[in-house]
Design a protein around this ligand. Structure first.
Ligand SMILES: [Zn+2]
Length: 234
C-alpha cells in the first residue's frame, strides 16, 4: 500500500477576524501567549511540508475564538472569550472556520484512502514549558493511540531515533497529553481504519527557537523519519 504524509497546524495563528476583535479588547497579551495559539508550530509544520513536498493545512483563527482541535460539544470548543457569543455568532464561527478546516482535511484523507493509500497525518503543535507553575518534563512529545498498532510501533521507533540523534532533547510518548484525548486526530481515527490512517500529534516545547540548531536538527529528523515511513512498503 502506498504511503503518504499530510501535515496540519490547528493552532498556527492567534489571528482574530475584525468582526470578533471586540471580544479580546485589552487581552492582546493572552491572545499572543501559548493560550491563543502554538508559537512556532506553523514554522515546524511549514518546514516539514515544504521538505516533504506534501499538503499543509493551517488554521486561520486563534483557538480562543474557536478551537479547531476539539470536537463539537467539547467544553473547550469555545473559550471564556467566545463562550458568551450568541448561537448565531457561534454557528457563523463554526461555518466559517471550524467545518471548512476539519472537513478539508477529512476529504483529503478520504480521497487518498479511496485510492488504497495509507496516510500519515502529522498534526504539529507546541507546548509551554511551564503550565500552572509546573515544569513539563519533556521537549518533544509524540501523541498517538496505543491501541492502533501501526501508530504504536511507529512512535516507538520515532522516539528511539529522535532520542539517539538528539540526546539533548527529552522525547516522550503520549506526553504532555495523551494521544487518545479529544482532538482532530482522535476524531479522524474514528473515520479511518488503522491500516489506512495514522494520526500523530507532534508536540515541541515552544521555547525551542526555530533559529536554533537543535530545532533545525529536529526538523531534519522528522523529515527523515517521515520519508522512511513513505519509502517502506506497507
Ligand atoms: Zn496545539
Amino acid at each position: 500500500m502506498k504511503r503518504e504524509v499530510i501535515i496540519s497546524s490547528e493552532h498556527a495563528t492567534c489571528d482574530v477576524p475584525s468582526a470578533f476583535k471586540a471580544l479580546f479588547r485589552g487581552q492582546g497579551d493572552v491572545l499572543r501567549s501559548h493560550r491563543g495559539y502554538d508559537p512556532h508550530s506553523i514554522d515546524m509544520a511549514t518546514a516539514l511540508a515544504t521538505r516533504l513536498n506534501c499538503k499543509l493545512f493551517q488554521g486561520s483563527v486563534s483557538r480562543l475564538l474557536v478551537e479547531l482541535n476539539r470536537s463539537l460539544g467539547h467544553k473547550a470548543l469555545f473559550s471564556e472569550f467566545s463562550r458568551s457569543l450568541s448561537e448565531m455568532h457561534k454557528t457563523k464561527l463554526l461555518n466559517d472556520y471550524y467545518f471548512p478546516y476539519r472537513d478539508a482535511i477529512e476529504r483529503e484523507i478520504r480521497a487518498r484512502v479511496q485510492k488504497r493509500r495509507t496516510v500519515l497525518h502529522l498534526s504539529v503543535h507546541t507546548f509551554t514549558p511551564i503550565l500552572d507553575g509546573k515544569p513539563r518534563i519533556a521537549d518533544v512529545g509524540l501523541l498517538f493511540d496505543p491501541s492502533r498498532e501501526q501508530e504504536a510501533v511507529l512512535m516507538r521507533t520515532w522516539q528511539r531515533v529522535i532520542s539517539k540523534q538528539l540526546p539533548e532533547l527529552r522525547t516522550r510518548r503520549n506526553y504532555p497529553y495523551h494521544g487518545r484525548s479529544d482532538g482532530l486526530t482522535t476524531a479522524l481515527r474514528l473515520k479511518f481504519p488503522d491500516a489506512n490512517y495514522l494520526g500523530i500529534e507532534i508536540e515541541v516545547r515552544n521555547s525551542l527557537s526555530p533559529s536554533s540548531a537543535t530545532w533545525r536538527a529536529l526538523a531534519d529528523v522528522f523529515v527523515r523519519l517521515a520519508n522512511e515511513f513513505c519509502g517502506s512498503n506497507g
